[in-house]
Design a protein around this ligand. Structure first.
Ligand code: FES
Length: 68
């Protein structure tokens, strides 16, 4: 089993990052590594950069065009 970090998009959901050793935001903020993290892809999370499940209630569709 590889310990190489991987990022996979979940269907109509977050990016799932496995073997995450370090996570740094665009603002330089460091987040504690939890090994596997789900990063928001829908833009609706109230706990960014992490997914909080809001994509379910927003019916996030990865194939829909972005809002104008
Ligand atoms: S992808 Fe889950 S809240 Fe955005």
């Amino acid at each position: 089993m590889s310990d190489k970090p991987t990022i996979k998009p979940r269907e109509n959901g977050p990016y799932l990052v496995t073997n995450c050793r370090q996570l740094t935001g665009l603002d330089g903020r460091e987040y504690a590594s939890q090994g596997t993290v789900a990063l928001c892809r829908c833009g609706g999370s109230k706990n960014k950069p992490f997914c909080d499940g809001t994509h379910w209630s927003h019916h996030f569709d990865e194939h829909a065009p972005p809002p104008a």
